[in-house]
Write a protein of this length. Structure first.
Length: 131
């Protein structure tokens, strides 16, 4: 089935079992974040935290990287893991998860890596283990 819709008509869509959402986001991989409306794939969702993946859409010659972003329940928008606060990844993640002692310690030890499986595990620990 093919539909032709304008950007203002779409808030979310699915492709197979993958879910995509249109939301405010500031991509940071290029170093200067600008908040705009972007499409992000939801990789994990719980009442406490969600993990998203952003795919830049700058054309075939664009060298922009995909970005991961967390969004805690109290936060308005997802925050890119390329944001300045995560430049020192271990320290940035430890600060971000400072409300969960076990997860903070894991981050400080470098147990969380900037790769999808590690970040999914981190989100699950925050949602299922942290009080």
């Amino acid at each position: 089935v093919e539909y032709k819709l304008g950007a203002s008509e779409i808030t979310e869509f699915t492709i197979g079992d993958r879910k995509f959402f249109k939301m405010k986001f500031a991509p940071c991989a290029k170093g200067k974040p600008e908040v705009g409306t972007h499409i992000l794939e939801e990789l994990y969702s719980s009442p406490k935290i969600s993990l998203y993946k952003y795919y830049p859409s700058g054309g075939a010659l664009n060298d922009a990287k995909t970005e991961f972003a967390f969004k805690k329940a109290a936060e308005e928008n997802p925050i890119s893991l390329y944001d300045t606060k995560f430049l020192l990844l271990k320290k940035g993640l430890a600060n971000y998860f400072s409300d969960c002692a076990d997860l903070k310690a894991m981050c400080e030890e470098g147990a969380v890596e900037m790769e999808q499986e590690s970040l999914l595990k981190t989100a699950r620990i925050y949602a299922e283990v942290c009080q």
